[in-house]
Write a protein that binds this ligand. Structure first.
Ligand SMILES: Cc1ncc(COP(=O)(O)O)c(C=O)c1O
Length: 403
């Protein structure tokens, strides 16, 4: 029996999702899904693939045309010196890319330094490879970036890799070029691997996205991880990819890919070709709209929540990771041990507002709550209205019944 899997936790996001099902007319600011639909270029390519009976097995690492397009994108947009299509692998979403990387790279007991807070499947995937996630705080006072001496202090003789994610879920922090150079220097100095999760590379409001594997000597020791989910609003279609130079590692990842999926769903891969061959106008347009939604949400939240939340607007991704006023108490009191969970349950059950407790992303996230502002403007405004009613309610009033 694979007892070790009992120690791999499910994300608290699942508990939240279950709670949301009991809420009528919810504001779904809990899940990291955009309200946009996949562009027509993707849908037309998938229709065509169905009409052409593209319903058969494919090459394990991806259909050749998609691999060619991805290699070209990685070279030109990310600046990664990808030598050929062999260095690219198509996966069932970004989460699968990370799974393959962890399975191929890690030995039982290896340590991987991960951000705290972090996207929960990061720690889960490290554990699923029987390795040990070692949290390193990101600091709000540093715009949710690292203290790099602290990052280096987490390295021990057991450290195999550092996982970074920029732009970052859940905080929206974006690493600067100089930060990426510091990470690269640490990785090289200690002979480590870098897992670079660039899922939100196209959602940057301020600054630039720097792919670590574009720096000298870094493609050789980096597994670069990507997804179509956020860039092309394809979350349910499950299409991701990775780039790696090391041949032995790629061979292992290919085995993990084969034994988990055989190949990624054919029609979806053709949708990916449509996305890359078509106009990229929707990518920039979505980013502009997300920035407007960010500003709308941050513009309203201070007054709507009467100071219950604080925090600066993020420079990337589409999450508001807000500090909860430590003085805040729900009517009737909450969890003694977690203000994050108290706030999340209050917002969900009393205000129909989906959110995720910060502590679900790591101990350093306690005292925070995450809202996704990639929902449409009406939904964001509805959530703010609901908050207004919730936080102006006199403390003695008994909570509204769950609708
Ligand atoms: C940081 C990060 N990495 C990877 C992913 C993977 O996304 P998917 O598996 O939908 O492609 C997500 C999704 O929310 C994410 O937030």
């Amino acid at each position: 029996m694979a007892h070790y899997l009992d120690t791999v936790p499910f994300s608290g996001i699942i508990r939240i999702r279950d709670m949301m099902y009991s809420v009528k007319d919810p504001f779904r600011l809990d899940q990291g899904d955009v309200s946009f639909d996949a562009p027509d270029t993707v849908k037309a390519a998938m229709h065509r693939a169905i009409d052409e009976n593209r319903s058969h097995y494919l090459q394990t690492t991806g259909v050749p045309r998609l691999l060619e397009l991805l290699a070209a994108k990685l070279r030109t947009r990310n600046g990664i010196p990808v030598a050929g299509v062999d260095e690219v692998m198509v996966t069932t979403g970004g989460i699968h890319a990370l799974y393959l990387a962890c399975q191929a790279l890690l030995e039982p007991g290896d340590e991987v330094v991960i951000p705290d807070p972090t996207w929960p499947p990061c720690a889960g995937n490290v554990r699923a490879a029987r390795a040990v996630p070692v949290p390193c705080p990101l600091h709000e006072r540093l715009e949710w970036r690292y203290d790099f001496d602290e990052l280096e202090s987490k390295i021990t003789p057991r450290t195999r890799a550092i996982y970074i994610n920029s732009p970052h879920n859940p905080t929206g922090g974006v690493l600067r070029r100089s930060d990426v150079e510091r990470v690269a220097a640490i990785v090289q100095r200690h002979g480590l691997w870098l897992l670079s999760d660039e899922s939100y590379e196209d959602v940057i409001f301020d600054g630039e996205h720097v792919s670590p594997a574009s720096l000298p000597g870094m493609h050789e020791r980096t597994i670069s991880l990507y997804t179509f989910s956020k860039t092309y609003a394809m979350t349910g279609l499950r299409l991701g990819y990775l780039a790696a130079h090391d041949a032995a590692l790629r061979e292992r990842m290919k085995k993990a890919l084969f034994y988990t999926a055989s190949n990624v769903t054919s029609v979806v891969q053709f949708g990916g070709i449509g996305a890359l061959e078509g106009s990229q106008a929707s990518v920039a347009a979505c980013c502009r709209e997300l920035q407007a939604r960010r500003d709308l949400f941050y513009g309203g939240i201070a007054s709507a929540a009467h100071g219950a939340f604080a925090g600066a607007p993020p420079r990337g991704a589409f999450y508001a990771f807000l500090r909860i006023d430590p003085q805040w108490q729900p009517p009737g009191g909450g969890h003694a041990d977690s203000v994050s969970w108290t706030m999340a349950e209050y917002l969900i059950t009393q205000g129909r507002i989906g959110c995720v407790p910060g502590v679900d992303f790591g101990a350093n996230g306690e005292g925070y709550v995450r809202f996704c502002f990639a929902r449409d403007r009406q939904e964001l405004l509805g959530a703010l209205d609901s908050m207004r009613a919730l936080f102006t309610a006199p403390p003695a009033r008994s909570p509204r019944a769950v609708p």
